[in-house]
Design a protein around this ligand. Structure first.
Ligand SMILES: NC(=O)c1ccc[n+]([C@@H]2O[C@H](COP(=O)([O-])OP(=O)(O)OC[C@H]3O[C@@H](n4cnc5c(N)ncnc54)[C@H](O)[C@@H]3O)[C@@H](O)[C@H]2O)c1
Length: 274
C-alpha cells in the first residue's frame, strides 16, 4: 500500500531536478503523474535549461517504478499551456488532487541590469504559480474530495539571501516571498474544502539549477561568495538532495498531513534558523 495510492499529482517543471524527483517519489508511493515543463531555454537564464529529452527521461523513470504519467511541453508563464496540461491529465486520469508548483529559474548572474530577467523570474515563479492554482483548484473544489497544493519557494522566500540586486535576483526573491502570500490566501480560502496549501523552502539543492559549469565558474571567480558564512547551512552539508525535498512534498501530499495547511516548511539543514 503506497502513501499516496490513487492520487493524481500535477507537477510543473518536471523534466529534471526536483520536479523529476517528486514525480518518481510520488509514483513509487502510488500516485499517477501529470508532468509539464517548458523544455526550452529562457534567454535571461545563464545555465542550460531542460530539454524534451529530459522530460522523456522523467517519463521513463516514472514508468520504471511502475507509475503512470502523462507529459506535456508547456510554459507556466502562459495560462493556456497550464490548462492544456491539466486537460491532458484529466483526460488520462479523471482528476487531479495533488498540485506541486515547482517550475523555476534562477537568472541571478551575468544579466547586469537587464530588466527582462525580473519579468521572467516573476512570470515563471509568481504568475506561473498563480496560473497553476487557478487552473487546478476549481476541479478539486468541484470533486469535493479535498487535495494538497505544495508550492516550491526557497530559503530565499523566508530570508534576505541573494548574490546581488540584479533584476533577476530581485525577481527571484520577490517571487519566492510572493508565493508565501498566495499560499496564505488560498490556504485560508480553501480550508473549508479540505484543500491544503503549503510552501516548501529548500536550501541549496543538488540540481542543474546550481550544479552547472556556469554557476561554478561564477563562484570560483567570486571566492567571497563561496566563503561567505551567509551561504552556509548550520548542518554541515553544502547541498541537500532533490529527494530530501520530495520526501517533504510526499508527506504534504499524503493523508498523513491531512490537517497540515498554511505552513512554510523549510527543508534547509537549519539555514532559516541561523
Ligand atoms: N536548486 C536549488 O538550490 C533550489 C533551492 C531552493 C529552491 N529552488 C527551487 O526549486 C524549484 C525546482 O528547481 P530545481 O532545483 O529542480 O532546478 P532545475 O533547473 O533542475 O529544474 C527546474 C525545472 O523547471 C522548468 N521550468 C523553468 N521555467 C519554466 C516555465 N516557465 N514553465 C515550465 N517549466 C519551467 C525547467 O525547464 C526545469 O526543468 C524551483 O522553483 C527553484 O527556484 C531550487
Amino acid at each position: 500500500m503506497g502513501r499516496v495510492d490513487g492520487k493524481v499529482a500535477f507537477i510543473t517543471g518536471a523534466a529534471r531536478g526536483q520536479g523529476r524527483s517528486h514525480a518518481i517519489r510520488l509514483a513509487e508511493e502510488g500516485a499517477s503523474i501529470v508532468a509539464i515543463d517548458i523544455c526550452e531555454q529562457i534567454p535571461s537564464v545563464f545555465y542550460p535549461m531542460a530539454t524534451p529529452e529530459d522530460l522523456a527521461e522523467t517519463e521513463r523513470l516514472v514508468k520504471e517504478v511502475g507509475g503512470s504519467i502523462v507529459t506535456v511541453v508547456g510554459d507556466v508563464r502562459k495560462r493556456e499551456d497550464v490548462q492544456r496540461a491539466y486537460d491532458a491529465g484529466i483526460e488520462q486520469f479523471g482528476h487531479v488532487d495533488t498540485v506541486i508548483a515547482n517550475a523555476g529559474i534562477m537568472p541571478v548572474i551575468d544579466q547586469g541590469v537587464e530588466p527582462q530577467a525580473w519579468h521572467d523570474a516573476i512570470d515563471t515563479m509568481l504568475t506561473g504559480v498563480w496560473h497553476t492554482l487557478e487552473v487546478t483548484v476549481p476541479g478539486m473544489i468541484e470533486r469535493g474530495a479535498g487535495g494538497s497544493i505544495a508550492i516550491t519557494s526557497s530559503a530565499a522566500g523566508l530570508t534576505s539571501i541573494g548574490l546581488n540586486t540584479f533584476p533577476g535576483q530581485a525577481g527571484y526573491s520577490a517571487a519566492k516571498h510572493g508565493v508565501v502570500g498566495l499560499m496564505r490566501l488560498y490556504s485560508k480560502q480553501l480550508a473549508k474544502h479540505f484543500i491544503r496549501v503549503n510552501t516548501v523552502h529548500p536550501t541549496g539543492v543538488d540540481t542543474p539549477m546550481v550544479a552547472n559549469a556556469e554557476y561554478g565558474a561564477f563562484v570560483n571567480a567570486n571566492p567571497d561568495v563561496a566563503n561567505d558564512d551567509a551561504y552556509k547551512n548550520p548542518m554541515p552539508v553544502e547541498l541537500v538532495e532533490a529527494v530530501d525535498i520530495s520526501n517533504a512534498i510526499l508527506f504534504l501530499a499524503s493523508d498523513e498531513a491531512r490537517y497540515v495547511t498554511g505552513i512554510t516548511m523549510p527543508v534547509d539543514a537549519g539555514y532559516n534558523n541561523r
